[in-house]
Design a protein. Structure first.
Length: 451
């Protein structure tokens, strides 16, 4: 990295950043309180609140949001008449999945092969540390030239919408000239990237019932309608032969015109097994950034171990649908529910329940904030120009903020490059990415204040 005072300050702060991320990762802050203690999330929230207070933030508060979780808020005043920038991250994390599959304990930050491993290290506790690093670097080099608001969410991974509802009820709280969402990532490690689009999402629970109770498969199988088989038929109807998502009435032919995702690079990133084909049609960028994608997240049915020879009376599944930018998530939910009901065979009773939803997002990449970020990233990543990419995942808060504050510019950056393996086992963050993006954010705030 080319020498400049901000970069030098961030480099000097990296040992402290590692120590802080170690403390944050240690909180098992999964916002599913049936599986993980609420005290773990509360501990992470209090850690962040204390960190903001130590940096001179005013009005630091733990906001009780409608879904029963807490978001952390703070305000750092800048010079009189300065612009206001909101910095976002989230402290809740995905469950560790199969802890035995982790090479090191998921809630311990461990350095290995030049990366820091631990659940939330990239998504998105590393984003919290990135914001702190950027602000500290500015404070050490002439001060923070803008008013800064920080909001750190406590249930982003659950998709339960607590912060969205809170923001709608308190619209004045998060007003800003620009919002930096620190929950995206570079297209490739070392390639500075802003995320221009996000798919929306909906979660639907499907219940299929056919009998009053399970039956002996020898005595009744062959005529008795099997609820699990009916559910499998329904789920199969959501994809065509090449694996493309097919929901009746939902367009699936959108195309992406920007930075492309080469197929072999995707296979490597996704760790697709040799000989297994990718699914869908169009370019990889089309498929993962701007087209609908259905995923069966789970099925309730008897496990193989302990299964009995029975015709199943009932079965249920949790289905996720990623919604293309420009498509209303509520309408997509209705189409998904109608499709499921229409494709349920044998007159089986079917019910659907929506349990989560978030709108898609499209940023204005021609805005002054993007120009300020491009200039900052060119310094933080010498020899590289900022790229714009899509992201297949969802950050429901983005669309809520865009609706509440239509004049506000929204940028998405972050630490979730492919090697980070967010949501999977052995999640990790690149300390080089953390360092460079912290420099980029600091320089962005300085550039934007002068724009």
């Amino acid at each position: 990295m080319s020498s400049n005072p901000v970069a030098e300050t961030v480099a000097s702060l990296m040992p402290r950043a590692k120590a802080e991320l170690t403390e944050l990762v240690a909180f098992k802050s999964v916002a599913d309180f049936d599986q993980f203690p609420r005290s773990e999330s509360e501990g992470a929230a209090n850690w962040i609140a204390d960190a903001l207070r130590s940096e001179g933030f005013h009005d630091v508060a733990l906001l009780d949001t409608p879904d029963g979780t807490q978001s952390v808020y703070g305000f750092l005043p800048g010079p009189e008449g300065a612009k206001t920038v909101l910095l976002y991250a989230h402290y809740d994390v995905q469950p560790p999945l199969d802890e035995a599959s982790w090479e090191t304990p998921p809630f311990e930050l461990v350095e290995r092969d030049g990366r820091w491993y631990g659940r939330g290290s990239a998504d998105c506790k590393g984003g919290v540390v990135m914001h702190l690093l950027a602000l500290r670097a500015l404070k050490a080099n002439g001060g923070v030239p803008v008013h800064v608001k920080v909001i750190v969410e406590g249930s982003e991974e659950q998709g339960t919408g607590g912060l969205e509802r809170y923001a709608e009820e308190h619209p004045e709280l998060l007003t800003a000239d620009t919002i930096v969402i620190g929950d995206a990532g570079n297209f490739r490690a070392g390639l500075p990237t802003v995320t221009a689009t996000l798919r929306g999402m909906t979660l639907v629970r499907v219940q299929v019932d056919t009998l009053e109770g399970n039956l002996h498969s020898g005595q009744f199988g062959g005529a008795a309608p099997d609820a699990l088989a009916a559910l499998i038929r329904v789920l199969d109807s959501l994809r065509d032969e090449d694996g493309s998502t097919t929901v009746d009435g939902l367009a699936g032919d959108f195309t992406w015109d920007g930075l492309q995702y080469e197929e072999q690079a995707f296979r490597d990133d996704a760790k697709v097994l040799d000989g297994v084909e990718l699914i869908g049609s169009g370019t990889v960028a089309d498929r993962v950034w701007v087209r609908p994608a259905v995923t069966v997240l789970g099925i309730d049915c008897p496990p193989v171990v302990g299964a009995t020879p029975s015709v199943q009376a009932g079965a249920r599944a949790l289905v996720s649908l990623r919604v293309p930018p420009g498509v209303d998530a509520a309408q997509a939910t209705k189409l998904l529910q109608a499709h499921i009901e229409a494709h349920t065979p044998w007159g089986a009773r079917v019910s659907t329940e929506q349990i989560g939803q978030g709108q898609a997002f499209r940023a204005d990449t021609s805005s002054p904030a993007y120009a300020s970020m491009a200039e900052a990233m060119a310094v933080a990543y010498p020899g590289q120009e900022m790229q714009s990419a899509g992201m297949g995942g969802s950050i429901p808060l983005c669309n809520t903020l865009a609706s509440l504050y239509p004049q506000t510019e929204i940028l998405l950056i972050g630490l979730n490059e492919p090697e980070a393996q967010i949501h999977a086992v052995n999640e990790s963050v690149s300390p080089d990415e953390l360092e460079r993006l912290s420099v980029a954010e600091a320089l962005f705030l300085r550039n934007y204040a002068a724009s």
